[in-house]
Design a protein around this ligand. Structure first.
Ligand code: PMP
Length: 398
């Protein structure tokens, strides 16, 4: 008897499949706009200097590799809370918010999903249409019912009115996932006025927001990107936030992130956190230590903190200039206006508005790789390749 005989094969992650195809492509002009990692002008995903310096210090100062606690390293949690909620947040002074360290933003989302499934039974989770594909599968894996609200439509425009209208009909008490900034996959973010309107609906329907904060520092700036998170945390007694250090600290493979809980009083916060520690025990026992130690030593040291903030800002500005550079390169092809949204979007990704057929032609004729939805990873572009890319786009658009 074969135990595995009836195990079927599932298709691999389409984005990783794209990466394989890119690697196998012999065309020296090939361009990878698929995978969501930041690349510098040389096409490398650098380790920030602040991270390297912190790592060197850690090698010398670390005395043990014993387990860290269920909520992770306390100093990591404290620094991350200040980064997300603001250094002078009243919530921290009043002990109304706590961080539970998790393996990356994905781990934090999984912990949130398990918490909702077990501790808030019967609640559905509402995701933007479209959203990061892992949101769809991750929450379903937790056993949650996944529903959607409109966000960007087929004409590639942000649909704020439709979003608000849909949220107004979400059953009372359900969970609504919101992207804090740098919406993945579209790059379209809500304005401050839009956020205030979403907040009103959330209050009216008594929804529980789960804010996914994976790109702090890549939109408008480290503090600016936290604006909506801080508004919601100030205005609502209860809130979940997932924070990822993968992109802004360049710590991708170190799996560093946290689930932040804001509760109405410190007693209830302790109750909720006890559940999170119990859930985490069955998921990963205790979280990986290295990335969190790096983050804590950067944020806890004025000099390293300043260096890191400069490095994040440099990445942010470079992505913004790639966005405007691409639109400028499309101008001579008569496509500047059609693709002007690329410069206005934020973060690592852009819903370009290219069709699946156009994406396929880009791949086959020009070795330009992006996902079929027309999502391009702007953070994977290179200055010296923008004209090639613009010319390729022009060919498939005409
Ligand atoms: N949320 C969103 C929207 C993301 O795009 C990502 C990373 N691609 C994550 C969460 C999780 O990131 P990580 O697990 O690598 O920290």
């Amino acid at each position: 008897m074969s135990h595995f005989a009836r195990v079927a094969r599932v298709p691999g992650d389409p984005i990783l499949g794209l990466l394989d195809a890119f690697r196998a492509d012999a065309n020296p002009a090939k361009l990878d706009l698929g995978v969501g990692v930041y690349k510098d002008a040389q096409g490398l995903t650098p380790i920030p200097r602040a991270v390297k310096l912190a790592e060197q210090r850690l090698v010398n100062s670390e005395t043990t590799k014993t387990y860290i606690g269920g909520h992770g390293a306390p100093e990591f949690g404290e620094h991350l809370l200040r980064l997300v909620l603001g250094a002078d947040s009243a919530l921290l002074r009043d002990e109304l918010a706590g961080a539970t360290q998790a393996p990356g933003g994905t781990g934090a989302l999984r912990l949130a999903g398990e918490f909702i499934a077990r501790n808030l039974p019967g609640r559905s989770i509402w995701l933007s249409d479209p959203t990061w594909p892992i949101h769809e599968t991750l929450f379903a894996t937790c056993g949650l019912k996944v529903s959607h609200y409109p966000y960007v439509d087929a004409s590639n425009q942000l649909q704020v009115e439709a979003m608000l209208a849909a949220l107004a009909h979400v059953p009372q008490g359900d969970v609504v996932l919101l992207h804090a900034c740098c919406h993945n996959p579209t790059g379209f973010d809500l304005s401050q006025a839009d956020w205030r309107r979403v907040l009103e609906v959330v209050k009216a329907r008594e929804l529980l927001p789960l804010i996914d904060f994976a790109y702090q520092g890549f939109g408008a700036g480290l503090e600016e990107d936290a604006w909506a998170v801080r508004l919601f945390a100030a205005e609502l007694p209860e809130l979940l936030i997932t924070s990822s250090c993968s992109k802004n600290f360049g710590l991708y493979r170190e799996r560093t992130g946290a689930l932040i809980v804001r509760a109405a009083d410190s007693n209830k916060l302790t109750d909720v956190r006890s559940q999170l520690a119990a859930l985490a025990r069955n998921l990963w026992s205790t979280p990986p230590a290295h990335g969190a130690a790096v983050v804590a030593s950067i944020l806890g040291d004025a000099e390293l903190h300043a260096l890191w903030a400069e490095e994040v800002e440099a990445m942010r500005l470079r992505i913004a200039s790639l966005r405007s550079g691409l639109v400028a390169a499309l101008q001579p092809h008569g496509l500047g206006e059609r693709f002007a949204h690329i410069a206005a979007q934020r973060g690592m990704f852009s819903y370009t508005g290219l069709s699946a057929a156009q994406v396929q032609r880009l791949r086959e004729e020009f070795s330009v790789y992006m996902v079929n939805s027309g999502r391009a990873s702007v953070a994977g572009m290179a200055e010296q390749r923008l004209e090639y890319l613009a010319a390729a786009i022009a060919r498939v658009c005409n």
